[in-house]
Write a protein that binds this ligand. Structure first.
Ligand code: UD1
Ligand code: CA
Length: 453
């Protein structure tokens, strides 16, 4: 059985941030979430996260799916791994060690590493990378026969060792016993005064244990995030990966360079995503939709054949064959059935709109239930808030709300009722009735002439 140990106790000083480094996000998920995701791809039985700096925040974000080992003082990567040992279950024989700040590492790469580790029956297998500029990394030192001898940290390296281009990515597979046996022997006698996990390699080699290193195909995968510049670079990589994934699944992305789709989003075949669209969180879009341009959908579910143009939507459910926008604002709790039209400058909150109904222009609809085949005229406002409480408005099937109506909630407009334009409705309107609630028009004849005098 396999367990992963994810090292995430460090401070991440270079992020210059109030939140812990590993909780910074790319593609909508925290750096450490991505690492744990890669680990779950290879079917790890349990994950132990070594936390220290702002440990409570990290735990709070990731929840109790994981075990947490507290490393109070960051005395080095070897010391960090030792903290995880008491949390390992009995049946675990293989340990994958990962860093919490490498979100680009893929499950596929981990799988290759694990496979190599198992096939060679090694005690340790290092994921390495060949870099044209290896600076700042530990170097993989091999003997004349090409076998791994040790890892030397840059600060402790001799000039000829510094010239080595094969570096340690910080990701490894270990045999459990071999790892913790060797960790008992490490000491902080090095330039940084730390307990190095990397020292385990030389110890195992000296014990005649087999140590392997395999290079990652795409060195980009092992980049750790240390500052906001690298964070933005990682975001770009994800943007490309996610967009390419959906294009290969049959989604047309008009300009992937300016389309932002978080890794959590799902999109159906033959949907077109137009430029400057941002699809976030738990957003799911059906088939044959047109999304964008300039549309931001967050935690929004959309049916099929729906067009959404220049719109912001957060926490809404949108049916099929709807037309939304331009310039609509859908807020949490909005639920639109099929064939609904929401037009320009319409804001909707916590409201249900049933089939074939339209709110085409300039409206605020809050805490409202709208039936089928309802037409809400331009400028209609639900007055849902009395300064203290929120109240419901109900517009029953077939009702027609004239332009510029104020609906003072709580209020119900019955089936097929009509509201005259410009009305302020404060009482329920019976089914089939016409309600006009405005002052009667008065015409003063020859007024212009008289004004001049
Ligand atoms: C480490 C490796 C180096 C490798 C590099 C890859 C060692 C000694 N060196 O160096 O060979 O090339 O990663 O990025 O392991 N951490 C803890 N507790 C600690 C120290 C670190 O949890 O006491 C965590 C950090 O939060 C980080 C990870 O371990 O996520 C790596 O630590 P870091 O200090 O960045 O190691 P490097 O010096 O980069
Ligand atoms: Ca590092």
């Amino acid at each position: 059985m396999i367990a992963s140990i994810v090292l995430a106790a460090g401070k991440g000083t270079r992020m210059k941030s109030k939140i812990p480094k590993v909780l910074h996000k790319v593609s909508g998920k925290s750096l450490i979430w991505h690492v744990c995701q890669a680990a779950s791809y290879i079917g790890v039985e349990e994950s132990i996260l070594v936390v220290g700096h702002q440990a409570e925040e990290v735990k709070g974000e990731l929840g109790d799916k994981y075990k947490y080992a507290l490393q109070e003082k960051q005395l080095g990567t070897g010391h960090a791994v030792i903290q995880a040992e008491p949390y390992l279950s009995k049946g675990i024989d293989t340990i994958v060690v990962l860093c919490g700040d490498t979100p680009l590492l893929t499950g596929l790469t981990l799988q290759k590493l694990l496979k190599h580790h198992q096939e060679t029956k090694a005690s340790a297998t290092i994921l390495s990378a060949i870099l044209s500029d290896p600076s700042n990394y530990g170097r993989i030192v091999r003997n004349a026969r090409g076998q791994v001898k040790m890892i030397i940290e840059e600060r402790d390296a001799l000039p000829q060792e510094r010239a080595i281009k094969e570096i340690n990515s910080g990701t490894y597979c270990f045999n459990r016993e071999a790892l913790f046996g060797a960790l008992k022997e490490i000491s902080p006698e090095n330039k940084q005064g730390e307990y190095y996990l990397t020292d385990v390699i030389e110890i195992l080699v000296k014990r005649n244990q087999r140590v392997e290193a395999i290079a990652v195909e795409d060195p980009l995968e092992i980049s750790g995030i240390n500052n906001r510049v690298q964070l933005a670079e990682a975001e770009k990589v994800f943007q490309k990966r996610v967009n390419e994934k959906w294009m290969l699944e049959g989604v047309t992305i008009f300009d992937p360079e300016v389309t932002y789709i978080e890794t959590s989003v799902e999109i159906g075949m033959d949907t077109v995503v137009l430029p400057f669209s941002h699809l976030k969180g738990d957003t799911k879009i059906g088939e044959d939709c047109i999304i964008g341009p300039h549309t931001s959908l967050e935690n929004t579910h959309v049916g099929s054949f729906t067009h959404i143009n220049n719109t912001i939507s957060i926490g809404a459910e949108i049916g099929s064959n709807c037309v939304i926008g331009p310039f609509s604002y859908l807020r949490p709790g909005t639920k639109l059935a099929d064939n609904v039209k929401i037009g320009d400058f319409v804001e909707i909150k916590k409201s249900f709109v049933d089939k074939n109904s339209k709110i085409p222009h300039l409206s605020y609809i809050g805490d409202c239930s709208i039936g089928e085949n309802v037409n809400v005229g331009a400028g209609t406002i639900t007055c849902n808030y009395d300064g203290k409480d929120k109240w419901q408005t109900v517009l029953e099937d077939g009702s027609f709300i004239g332009s510029n109506t104020n609906l003072v909630a709580p209020v119900t407009v019955g089936k097929n009722a009509t509201i005259g334009a410009g009305s302020t409705i404060t009482q329920d309107v019976p089914a089939e009735a016409l309600a006009v609630a405005r002052q009667k028009q008065r015409n003063i004849l020859n007024w212009t002439e008289r004004k001049k005098k």
